[in-house]
Design a protein around this ligand. Structure first.
Ligand code: C6P
Length: 410
């Protein structure tokens, strides 16, 4: 099969937001790691849904409710295909990665953790994959253990092997670090965890938009991601879970749609996936995610990954030529994220000057304070790339960095 390279000019034309100027300069958006921009097909699908088809789902016999339900449920099939899940009952709609992880921590955790249990996370996790487990530990008496990473951002697999034990119940690990860009060796980590008798939750927030993910090939137990980083709407995301585990888990939130029968004497819960979907959901969010999946799949995730890798190589080559610039995260297997600091200049100042040049980056701790602590810095500047970025964007970033150095050292 021949693969056609990503046509970035035509991709850019699909994103209206990119056609504007910021402080009189063309917008260069390098903050897709925080949230990706939306192609017109996504906003159009959501607008069409509200203008033509909106009603509540699973509740009405009338035409609009049936249309809304069909639109909403079709997306479950698209997500199932995207992740190569075995069945749609394993696809739970949630508000995002954060909600997905909290769901597992509070339901699987409640049922399976007790004093003496251990949960392994890594030093490179986003706070969303740390704090829910800290809360689960507080509630259950379990212990949280942290697998360190090497200074280049590669996870210490020897330590991981050593730390896994008969007491390990859950391994919660990010597929791709939002701060370092490291792509973790998930299949191997999952195999090792299973050998130790633990289940694995993969935080896929930064992976799903940038690479092909196959939950069956990975054999992960849970996989979480957010629609808004995949060019879809905010407030909508996915928890994938193996059916046998989801079946055995108690529900999370109680309310409409997650029940079969409610009596004061006893309530029975709905089948999967609805057992975990209480209340009126973000129906337009599902519709938008469906359009985003079609858009991304139409271009091909492997083509997107190849394009972003080329941008990263180009950016890293330029970075290595800038004196006083230190890159954090140089793992060989790395996604298109460039975290750095400029000697003697605060990350927020770099971010502010870049903004005045029209370049949007994130400056701060990136909700990964332990990563900052590892390197003894308070903050870094992070440029994160998406399918619409091009080489001119990288040049604009480095022109902005040169300008920052001129201004700040004057
Ligand atoms: N990272 C960033 O700028 P939510 O907020 O639920 O959509 O995603 C949380 C989350 C979980 N895990 C990882 C690896 C993430 O990167 C994020 C979100 C954004 O890096 C916003 S803090």
């Amino acid at each position: 099969m021949t693969s056609v390279a990503l046509d970035v000019d035509s991709v850019r034309a699909d994103f209206p937001i990119l056609k504007q100027q910021i402080h009189g300069r063309p917008l260069v958006y390098l903050d897709s790691g925080a949230s990706a921009q939306k192609p017109e097909v996504v906003t159009q699908a959501m607008s069409d849904y509200y203008r033509r088809d909106h009603s509540n789902v699973h509740r009405g016999v009338h035409t609009l409710s049936q249309r809304a339900t069909a639109a909403y449920e079709t997306v479950r099939e698209k997500v199932c295909t995207l992740l190569n899940a075995a069945r749609t009952s394993e696809i739970i709609y949630v508000s995002g990665t954060t909600a997905a992880i909290n769901l597992v921590a509070q339901t699987y955790g409640r049922a399976n953790l007790s004093p003496g249990s251990e949960i392994l996370v890594t030093e490179m996790e986003h706070h969303a994959n740390i704090v829910p487990w800290q809360i689960a530990c507080e509630l259950s008496g379990a212990t949280l253990k942290v697998v360190p990473f090497h200074d280049n951002g590669v996870l210490d697999l020897d330590q991981y092997r050593t730390m896994l034990s008969d007491n390990t119940r859950i391994v919660a690990v990010t597929h791709i670090s939002n701060t370092l860009g490291t792509i973790n060796p998930m299949a191997e980590m999952i195999r090792l965890a299973h050998d130790a008798g633990a289940v694995v939750l993969v935080d896929g927030a930064q992976a799903v938009p940038h690479m092909e993910v196959d939950v069956q090939a990975l054999d992960c137990d849970f996989y979480a991601f957010s629609g808004h980083k995949l060019y879809g709407p905010t407030g909508f995301g996915i928890l994938y879970g193996k059916e046998s585990l989801l079946e055995a888990m108690p529900p999370w939130q109680g309310g409409g749609d997650m029940i079969k029968q409610v009596r004061f004497a006893q309530t029975t819960y709905n089948d999967l996936p609805y057992k975990f979907e209480a209340g009126t959901p973000h129906i337009a969010g599902a519709v938008g995610l469906g359009a985003a999946i079609d858009y991304v799949s139409g271009h091909g995730l492997s083509q997107i990954a190849a394009h972003e890798r080329a941008l990263l190589d180009y950016a890293q080559a330029q970075a290595s030529a800038v004196s006083g610039l230190q890159v954090f995260g140089t793992a060989p297997d790395k996604a298109a994220v460039l975290s750095f600091e400029l000697d003697g200049i605060h990350a927020h100042d770099v971010g502010t000057v870049l903004d005045h040049e029209g370049v949007a980056v994130r400056a701060g701790h990136h909700c990964a304070m332990p990563v900052m602590e590892h390197f003894g810095v308070a903050a870094t500047v992070r440029a994160s790339f998406g399918m619409y970025n091009n080489y001119d964007d990288v040049d604009a970033l480095f022109a902005g960095i040169a300008r920052t150095k001129d201004l700040m050292s004057a």
